[in-house]
Design a protein around this ligand. Sequence first.
Ligand code: TRP
Length: 452
Amino acid sequence: MKTGNSNGSNRGLWATRLGFILAASGSAVGLGNVWKFPYITGQNGGGAFVLVYLLCIAVVGLPIMLTEFTIGRRTGLNPVGAFRALAPGTPWVVIGFMGVLAGFLILSFYSVVGGWTLAYVIKAVTGGMSTFTSPQIAGEFFGSFISDTPQVLLFHTAFMILTMGIVLRGIHGGIEKACDILMPTLVVMLLLLMVRSLTLDGAMEGVKFYLSPDFSKIDGSVILMAMGQAFFSLSLGMGCLITYASYLPPEENLTSATVYVVLFDTGIALLMGMVIFPAVFAVGMEPTEGPSLVFSVLPTVFTQMPFGFVVSIVFFILLAIAALTSAISLMEAVAAFFIDQFGWERKKAVWVMGATIYLFGIPSGLSFGLLADVKFFDKTFFDVVDNIASNYLLPLGGMLTAIFVGWWWGTDNAHKEIERHETTFRWAKAWEFLIKFVSPIAVFLVFLGHFF
Ligand code: TRP
């Protein structure tokens, strides 16, 4: 069995401990936090949803993240290689294949939305948002933009090229360097935006909506949404974090890395709520706007506030950065599979798979225009791909990973790996209980919710 870190010529290692934490945080923090979290919170009643989400993060997200980190560092391999190494000749390797497939699918549509963020950066910089004086006008622009074939393809292409460009430069030189700069910038930008939002007239209404839970809003479907969001936001269930942890030197403390990444990801999402809801209420809009919240409501908010021009630029740069550091991790997980399992050069893996994912993303990009009427079971291509990957492959992957470690590979083996190099795993008992029982059962219930 291949153990430890196989630091072959095509692989690499994180240079610093902080570099790994920033890169894993960069993977976790993305469109899921900045775009999706505020809009589904808005649609699901605000404060109450936030509480359920936090619960899911604590009992499912946290233990599964530690599990993925452990598998990654133990094997030093991509998801397929990792399961094959820990359970040779068994069907468990299917988890790895499902993961690589999920990464492929998620990146294909993620790049489309990432492209939208790039377009909005340009729109903001060129002052084009000054005409967005009402949410209707901004919404109309958004609608016509995402249905404009040449534009959508142009920005999808640009986003994919950026992603591939960084992953091509490898672990230390590309991904780690980029995240070292990008992640702290993101935090500073968000804090600035939050101050701007909170000092608007009428901002307190938004704070109230966001922070005071109305428990009558919590039902089965709210819990299911919160759980799915926890998986997506933390980059769990497809081996993305197995891959990132495979580049860890053995002395890394996995438990504290897990806590940092979870706190960082959750902190950014919560902060984002504090940016958006006060602003939305201050200008008298509805928090239930949906997926267009960021793209059509926020620009309107910007035009109605002092320094809105600067704020709009800052905000969309931030969104594009967050999307890019997540896309990088998806690309890396897919590339690592071809590098480790087929011995491909990094260059070849990134070019071949990047191009394939790009092509597969084209119909997703056209799903809001040219192909809007092409439906599969009543869903556009974009929605089908998103649905299969996010709602089925991720939770299934997470559940199976928990079962694999809890019941097959064994929590003792995992425990030993976590404690390699003298770190004491203080919450071992709690983690063991969560990973064996709570997480798999919770995810299983999510599944029942999807199917019935
Ligand atoms: N977590 C990222 C976000 O919030 C998206 C992402 C990156 C992801 N890698 C992933 C989601 C792996 C699921 C699995 O936008």
